[in-house]
Design a binder for this molecule. Structure first.
Ligand code: GRF
Length: 190
């Protein structure tokens, strides 16, 4: 029986290092294809990566995303089956969640349910982890529902928080975990 190719859209707002790992992982794959990069920030690093990798991009506008149709018809028209959030900083509107039930996946740079929610992104997460003298941190990959960082957890991996860690040094350790695991976890979902 031939497998159907899963068309993935990656949503990203920033540098796109996770998106890049995912793109590399699925290059030449018979299971999945990164068919679209969705970005809300003109000039974001992810857009250069997309150009270099010859992946179509969609630059989205706030008004249409939140008050319009959340780009659902556009994503459906492009045949998108699965949405991966890799450093995407806008909340996903209900219309998009309804259109892709259990098919929107996010990565968070901490061990949820701790250190999640509004305002908990990037440096803020690692700063809070260090301030609270946690011994471990890590990554959480989870389905997206209507609340920030709230959906069912699919996978977690942990790393130590070391004496003298700064948000930057901890971020680097956590990012290594993200790059090592995120593409494989996505593959496991297909
Ligand atoms: C990652 O740490 C991810 O956990 C968070 O945003 C960051 C994105 O980094 N949601 P990058 O753009 O993939 O380099």
């Amino acid at each position: 029986m031939s497998e159907k190719l899963t068309h993935i859209a990656i949503f990203a707002s920033g540098a796109g290092s996770n998106a890049h790992q995912i793109i590399r992982h699925f290059t030449g794959s018979a299971k999945a294809k990164i068919s679209l990069i969705v970005c809300n920030k003109p000039g974001a690093g992810i857009l250069q990566i997309a150009e270099k990798e010859h992946i179509p991009t969609l630059l989205i506008e706030k008004e249409l995303f939140f008050q319009g149709d959340a780009y659902v018809p556009e994503l459906q028209k492009k045949g998108i089956d699965l949405i991966i959030l890799a450093g995407f900083l806008w909340k996903i509107p209900p219309a998009l969640i309804r259109a892709y039930p259990d098919r929107i996946v996010n990565i968070h740079p901490a061990l949820l349910p701790k250190y999640g929610g509004k305002g908990m992104y990037g440096r803020h997460v690692h700063q809070a982890v260090i301030e609270n003298k946690e011994a471990v941190s890590g990554i959480s990959i989870h389905f997206v529902d209507e609340l920030y960082d709230n959906g069912a957890v699919i996978f977690q991996a942990s790393c130590p928080v070391l004496e003298g860690d700064t948000p930057e040094s901890l971020a680097k350790r956590v990012q290594e975990l993200e790059h090592a695991h995120f593409p494989k976890v996505i593959e496991g979902l297909l």
